[in-house]
Design a binder for this molecule. Structure first.
Ligand SMILES: [Zn+2]
Length: 510
């Protein structure tokens, strides 16, 4: 009886709209357009979930570094081609870059998709303690295995809706290599691949399910400084030699002093790529790879000062700067508010996936191992919040450049464990299997639903365009990438050649 009263009161409250239902989207029953429903139904099919889950797992196993993603890129491009998309491969000077298109004419809606891994963080799937597949090998510690996969699933769902309901326009997937070295998008823009695109929906793996707008992340110069000196016997006649390694070390000391005099928005880090081969030969060649990060307004001035540090190193060591190779240079992300608002409605419609007991147990075990709060997987989608306005550094993404040439927003989709650490073995452990399958499927639904809205509701696309055109008046796109820069197709080759076979062998016997 008491239960009945509670039930009655609850249903009354629900009718009055005072409490949200168990699944907000389902309880509120918003009217879903038939085109959108068709795309969502196609994605909800168990065979669809499994197909794209397995693609994500395969890319996780390939664990290919930026611009070496030959298997990952082929799998995604072939999948889209088999679904009726026209696929152009090897674009913008990058063998693993592709664009897949379906439909014709306006509007043109672009979906971004990444698929590269990170070096050094190999880890066995769903194992909640550090345990590499192959020590030192690459791993998917940022979930990019699920990202172009989600975009591809969404694009095919949109295509199904376009065919069934005669929707006009074009849907495109931008297969974007090497996000982890922020390398592909400025080159893709330079090659004109985004010309005519009216709006862009980006996506990223996450533990939550949400989107955002406003300026975020850092602009970045990724540059390799190479010094040229003279060899000599390091003990017999060191005065004859001029050490290129000395120049690297002096440059690094100078940049580390420079940090004190930069605003807090800066981030700067480096690795030494070459520093000689034996202590008894003065190294005549040395190189150091820098990521120099700051806001769009502050980056170029900071970069000039870092170049001064390189010159100082060369001068002090008596060597020359042989080259300053800009691998990539990108802007901050300027996400479109109208796009984020549209996406948020679709995220709320779809809701957070339900997690099984096994999935919760893995999440809690990993959280325990990491000393994080043992709260398991999230239950609710994120709210859309106004940007904080604080400019305190952080990472970078070459999605930034895209956001300055077309209205763009990013869907963060779930699957990872809250408290796991990006670019770390704990993230690699998460991005495989059932939670990632469900998370990328939820992400694909939000992408597809938003793309269908933009294709079928000119007034919605109009809001994005109007905001973007207004914003562009004060933030016109000016590439930071030097005109003579070339895609770094060579950079990860040696590492990938070393680990590809080892990973294949280890995973074949798992
Ligand atoms: Zn990432």
């Amino acid at each position: 009886m008491r239960n009945r009263i509670i039930m009655f009161s609850l249903s009354l409250l629900l009718i009055l709209g005072l409490v949200p239902g168990p699944a907000a989207g389902a309880a509120a029953k918003p009217k879903i357009a038939k085109e959108k429903q068709l795309a969502l139904d196609w994605l909800a099919r168990p065979d669809t979930v499994e197909k794209f889950g397995k693609i994500s797992d395969a890319i996780w196993e390939y664990a290919e570094l930026g611009l070496q993603e030959f298997q990952s890129s082929k799998l995604l491009a072939d999948t889209l081609e088999a679904a009726g998309f026209t696929v152009e491969r090897g674009l913008a000077g990058m063998p693993t870059c592709f664009v897949a298109s379906y439909g014709s004419g306006k509007p043109v809606i672009g979906l971004l998709g990444e698929f590269d891994a990170l070096p050094m963080i190999s880890q066995k799937a769903r194992v909640p303690k550090q345990d590499p597949v192959i020590e030192g090998a690459p791993g998917h510690g940022c979930g990019h295995n699920a990202m172009c996969t989600a975009a591809a699933a969404a694009a095919i769902a949109v295509k199904e809706a376009m065919v069934a309901h005669g929707i006009k326009g074009t849907i495109k997937v931008f297969g974007s290599p090497a996000e982890e070295i922020v390398a592909s998008r400025p080159y893709m823009i330079r090659a004109g691949l985004f010309e005519g695109v009216d709006a862009v929906i980006d996506n990223h793996s996450s533990s939550g399910f949400g989107t955002d707008y406003g300026v975020s992340g850092n602009a970045l110069f990724s540059t390799i400084f190479t010094f040229k000196g003279k060899t000599s016997h390091a003990a017999g006649a060191p005065w004859v030699g001029r050490s290129a390694l000395d120049a690297v070390e002096i440059m690094n000391v100078a940049t580390n002093y420079l940090r004190e005099h930069l605003p807090l928005s800066q981030r700067m880090h480096y690795v030494i790529l070459e520093g000689g081969e034996a202590p008894n030969v003065v190294p005549d060649k040395a190189s150091v790879w820098y990521y120099v990060r700051n806001t769009d307004e502050r980056l170029e001035d900071m970069y000039r000062r870092v170049i001064d540090c390189a010159k100082a190193g060369a001068l002090a060591a008596g060597v020359e700067i042989a080259s300053m190779r800009v691998v990539s240079a990108i802007h901050q992300r300027h996400a479109n508010k109208a796009a984020a608002e549209l996406i948020q409605k679709n995220i709320e419609l779809i809701g957070m996936p339900a997690w099984t007991e096994d999935e919760q147990a893995f999440a809690k075990a990993l959280q325990k191992e990491l000393g994080a709060e043992q709260k398991g997987m999230p239950k609710e989608v994120d709210k859309l919040e106004a940007p904080s306005g604080a400019a305190y550094g952080g990472g970078s993404s070459d999605v930034g450049d895209v956001s300055l040439i077309a209205p763009t927003a990013t869907i963060g989709f779930p699957g990872s464990v809250p408290g796991s650490i990006g670019h770390h073995w704990s993230a690699v452990a998460c991005f495989y299997g059932s939670t990632t399958w469900k998370g990328l499927n939820a992400g694909a639904k939000a992408i597809a639903a938003s793309a269908v809205d933009l294709l079928t509701k000119p007034e919605e696309l109009g809001k994005l365009r109007k905001e973007f055109e207004e914003y562009s008046k004060t933030h016109p796109y000016k590439p930071l990438l030097p005109a003579d820069a070339q895609p770094p197709n060579d950079l990860n080759k040696e590492l990938m050649d070393k680990y590809r076979g080892l990973l294949e062998k280890a995973l074949a016997v798992k």
